[in-house]
Design a protein around this ligand. Structure first.
Ligand code: ZN
Length: 134
């Protein structure tokens, strides 16, 4: 079951410049920064009431964020949905013909199991499923 939008991911060139910008915009500071080595990204999270914004900065030229910014520039990168059970949801969506970038859930930022769906099967929107690790 899809429960809610968990966060919106925004690709940025410079975490420090963007933290300054978004801190001014939201008039609040990020609650968490975390490097995800396996994804070659630094992540910075802002909490706005029930909603979260994740800034993503590449830590390597190999990062998907580097490639995204080269192609499309900075901006909205993905929408993440909180799901009840990521294994069940991936199974259901594969049966419906959706394509996943990673076939098994993996550990993402902010204490989550995550899986990305290929945007070619979702109208060009990169979708992240996430389930909180309890
Ligand atoms: Zn995300």
């Amino acid at each position: 079951m899809f429960k809610k939008i968990e966060h919106i991911g925004i690709a940025v060139k410079s975490a420090s410049a963007s933290v300054e910008l978004f801190s001014k915009l939201f008039n609040s500071q990020p609650y968490k920064t975390e490097t995800v080595e396996s994804e070659n990204v630094n992540t910075i999270f802002f909490q706005l009431g029930p909603n979260k914004i994740e800034l993503l900065e590449a830590t390597s030229p190999e990062s998907a964020i580097t490639k995204f910014i080269e192609k499309k520039g900075e901006g909205i990168h993905h929408i993440a949905y909180d799901v009840e059970n990521i294994i069940d949801e991936m199974k259901r969506l594969k049966q419906e013909g959706f394509v996943f970038i990673n076939n098994e859930p993996k550990h993402g930022a902010d204490n989550k199991l995550i899986a990305f769906m290929h945007p070619k099967s979702t109208n060009g929107v990169l979708i992240e499923l996430c389930q909180e690790i309890k």
